[in-house]
Design a protein around this ligand. Structure first.
Ligand code: OGA
Ligand code: MN
Length: 277
């Protein structure tokens, strides 16, 4: 079967047309190839059970369950539920996943390449998922900055995102930070990271998780990270995915940064999420 695609932007992203993924179990290799080519894929109008979504994900590779088990799907631990809904006063899923620019799990040593979401409930406006290409960011970076950054390492950490909770009462911010450092140790990645599968260089830095670039002093780091963030996410470089119920959205983490756009907390937004190695 030949898959038909339509570009999402001039630079990256494609929609796969006329596909029911329940009938595509043998197309995993082809879909992965398209994902590596286009970086983001949209497949609209799917009607999937949780099991169907897991089967689809499995056709693309080995599923990597999310670290925290609180919000796994009750029957399928492969699925993380992201949701702002409450049932009987209890959250249905993780309320906000990634409302800052990031590449998934860059704060660990071997982050999964592919993340996919399936839209169960989506707001009529808002709640977009935003993407920017880190291939393009590297390709178009100013020559002087390329020279400065090309062989540097950067520290990535989940600590930048940590929100103090009731469990932290009685500890100083320094102590909380130190505890987190032990639980999820900081890691280093090259600033210019070759894609693990394609080898193509990408600017692997994000506002969300990059703490510092080694070899720059504190002020240089603050300036550089702010500059790169603005440069990578300027409006003309961003694809904003406007959700419809039944959308599958897949993205390639090594060649993109992404963010969940603002959404009204009172309008349900619920998705199934799976990552594949
Ligand atoms: C994620 C994520 C964005 C969104 O699930 O990793 O960043 O729009 N989600 O929900
Ligand atoms: Mn994410």
């Amino acid at each position: 079967m030949n898959l038909t695609t339509k570009p999402l932007t001039e630079h990256f992203g494609a929609e796969i047309l006329d596909l029911d993924v329940r009938k595509a179990q043998d197309l995993g290799g082809e879909i992965l190839r398209l994902l590596l080519e286009h970086q983001v894929l949209v497949i609209r109008n799917q009607e999937l059970s949780a099991r169907d979504f897991v089967d689809f994900a499995r056709s693309l590779g080995t599923i990597k369950p999310f670290l925290l088990s609180n919000y796994h799907h009750p029957e399928f631990k492969e699925i993380l539920i992201t949701s702002n809904e409450k049932v009987d006063g209890k959250p249905l899923g993780v309320a906000r996943v990634g409302n800052f620019w990031h590449s998934d799990s860059s704060y660990i040593k071997d982050p999964a390449n592919t993340t996919m979401l399936y839209g169960i409930k989506v707001p009529p406006t808002g709640g977009d998922t935003l993407f920017a290409s880190t291939y393009r960011a590297w390709d178009e970076l100013d020559g002087g900055l390329k020279v400065k950054l090309h062989n540097k390492m950067a520290v990535h950490t989940i600590r930048k995102r940590y929100k103090v909770t009731a469990a932290d009462v009685g500890f100083s911010l320094r102590e909380i930070d130190d505890q987190l450092k032990v639980k999820v140790p900081d890691v280093e990645h090259p600033v210019v990271r070759p894609h693990p599968l394609t080898g193509r260089p990408a600017l692997y830095v994000s506002e969300g998780y990059t703490l510092k670039i080694n070899g720059l002093d504190a002020q240089e780091n603050a300036d550089m990270l702010e500059y790169l963030h603005e440069y990578m996410t300027s409006k003309d470089k961003v694809y904003a995915h406007k959700w419809r119920v039944g959308d599958i959205l897949l993205w390639d983490n090594p060649s993109l940064i992404h963010a969940a756009g603002p959404t009204d907390p009172n309008i349900p937004r619920t998705m199934f999420r799976i990552t594949v190695e």
